[in-house]
Design a protein around this ligand. Structure first.
Ligand code: NAD
Length: 517
């Protein structure tokens, strides 16, 4: 296992050079690996389209040129600060050993702690965690969450392991993070991502606690925990809800309505979601709750499409029971090819599964008017450019799926303050409002109905405050992105990157440079 501080600036390495690299030194190996490994889904993109990491770097470089930030700061910000790659064995039930490979990347520590999810997937590799960590830095800046970016991953398919094995793998990984100081409420705070959820976050916190018995803020070492472990109401659905708030905001912009021909009302749109996990399910659910028609959902083995609309709750029950959409209803169509669902008729398409789902192989087949990136990196740079030319509005990942990290920030604040949001002021607020209403009633000469009173008096509970903070954050970030897009005459992705770069550059500048000379 090795800790690699500051990556080396290798721009590209030819296949010949790699083939000849029989003895790779410990320091240069990660730089090479990051360009060798391209495990992300390839079905939609051409082989010569850039890797996920290269794509993030391309998006960054394009925005950097327009940001007005000095070159030195730009190269500092572009580089990943620290990388951890570990391997450890676990013993399986049959007595055999399996060596597990895991990573954590900390992209920018201009603000601490750094923050980002932990992914369990067979596709996890070095370039993926680096790309995701970079995106996290920019994402946090876009929504003004005062963290740097990080990401972790374990290269396993969680479905192949028992719960007991998963617990052992998670705890061992956390132990490695503890030993290398890659976790802690003031250092690095993981969260759920693909293949992980509240259960894994609980195990992580419990393991961290064992190694840090005197840390009174231990609960803040990870977010996305269950409520019983210091989690916050609203975190589970936060990313999907943020996707909904963000797309609702963009729908309301006259420029978007003009470009797409849409009315701007949520109840008039049809939606397709790819990936029926945490982000996809909640995004679909909030669109449905607000009157939109969900016409298609995509999953790994097959997808379901019904132009008359699907019932999200019923579909989820069916999916949980059968692990498939097959035989859900007689009227809906089952599509066998994984990316076929992306090409169906709809107004809004939300890829919420994995990266590189829309590339040059299928960009011309997309019929949606708006693409809302629920997942990280679902559209390749060439496909993005092509979609923009076709007049399709792309609302980018670093803005649209930032609801998760926003509410993770609220959870972290709750953990550090050791008190539930609303606990101190709810009753006081209610009693003040009651007194005010008594006065209003006396002066107006009319009594309010019981329902009117209840609605006005209601003091904010934790969930109310979380939803309100998330909605405000998403609206603000969308407006800032739109303003920069108009000012610089660029697409929304470039605008979001420009905003992020400019905000981070101010922090770099004002904090000065430690040990520069
Ligand atoms: P998840 O594991 O809960 O769900 C992902 C779903 O996508 C799974 O149901 C999986 O079976 C499905 N899937 C995988 N490959 C697919 C394919 N080729 N076609 C169709 N479906 C496929 O993960 P999640 O937390 O919902 O994350 C989804 C995406 O959102 C990821 O890109 C993640 O990085 C991003 N994201 C997640 C969060 C969060 O809070 N969970 C926050 C920001 C961004």
């Amino acid at each position: 296992m090795s800790i690699f501080l500051k990556r080396f600036g290798v721009a590209s390495i030819s296949a010949r050079k790699l083939a000849g690299a029989a003895t790779i030194s410990r320091v240069t190996m990660p730089a090479m690996l990051r360009y060798m490994t391209t495990a992300a889904t390839q079905t939609a993109s051409n082989p010569d389209e850039p890797t996920f990491l290269k794509s993030v770097e391309l998006y960054y470089d394009r925005a950097a040129k327009l940001s007005g930030v000095p070159g030195g700061t730009l190269s500092h910000l572009r580089a990943v600060d620290a990388l951890l790659r570990v391997t450890f064995p676990i013993e399986l039930e049959d007595g055999k050993y399996e060596v597990i490979e895991a990573y954590r990347a900390q992209h920018s520590r201009h603000r601490l702690p750094v923050k980002g999810g932990i992914r369990y997937s067979e596709e996890v590799d070095l370039q993926e965690v680096e790309a995701l960590a970079s995106l996290m830095t920019y994402k946090c800046a876009v929504v003004d969450v005062p963290f740097g970016g990080a990401k972790g991953g374990i290269k396993i398919d969680p479905k192949k392991y028992t719960v007991e094995q998963l617990e052992r793998i998670t705890r061992r990984y956390t132990m490695e993070l503890c030993q290398k100081k890659f976790i802690g409420p003031g250092i690095d705070v993981p969260a759920p991502d693909v293949g992980t959820g509240p259960r894994e976050m609980s195990w992580i916190m419990d393991t961290y606690r064992q190694f840090n018995v005197d840390d009174v803020n231990a609960a803040g070492c990870v977010t996305g925990k269950p409520l019983s472990q210091g989690g916050v109401r609203g975190r589970t659905e936060a990313t999907g809800l943020g996707v909904y708030y963000g797309l609702r905001e963009f729908l309301s912009y006259p420029q978007v309505q003009k470009r797409t021909g849409l009315s701007g009302k949520v109840k008039d749109v049809s939606v397709i979601v790819q990936g029926f996990g945490n982000v996809g399910y909640y995004a679909a659910k909030f669109f449905e709750n607000n009157g939109a028609k969900i016409v298609g959902i995509g999953e790994r083995d097959c997808s379901i499409y019904d132009p008359n609309g699907l019932n999200v709750e019923e579909l989820q029950k069916h999916y949980k029971a059968h692990s498939s959409f097959r035989n859900f209803s007689a009227t809906s169509k089952i599509l066998e090819e994984p990316t076929e669902i992306l090409e169906q008729e709809c107004d809004i398409l939300i890829p919420a599964a994995l990266e590189r789902q829309i590339g040059l192989r299928n960009a011309d087949k997309i019929k949606a008017k708006i693409i809302g990136e629920g997942a990280n990196g679902p559209v390749t740079p060439a496909a993005h450019e092509y979609l923009e030319k076709r007049g399709i509005v792309v609302v980018p990942d670093l803005l649209l799926n930032a609801g998760g990290v926003t509410v993770s920030y609220f959870e972290w604040l709750k953990n550090l303050s050791h008190v539930r949001f609303g606990r101190m002021n709810k009753k006081f607020d209610e009693s003040s409002r009651r007194k005010l209403l008594d006065l209003v009633e006396t002066n107006a000469g009319r009594e309010l109905t019981e329902l009117e009173r209840k609605t006005i008096v209601h003091g904010a509970e934790e969930a109310d405050l979380i939803y309100s903070g998330l909605e405000d954050t998403m609206i603000q970030a969308c407006q800032e992105t739109k303003q920069t897009a108009e000012l610089k005459n660029v697409d929304y992705r470039t605008a979001a990157y420009i905003n992020a770069i400019q905000k981070i550059a101010v922090v770099y500048k004002d904090s000065g440079m430690l040990f520069m000379k």
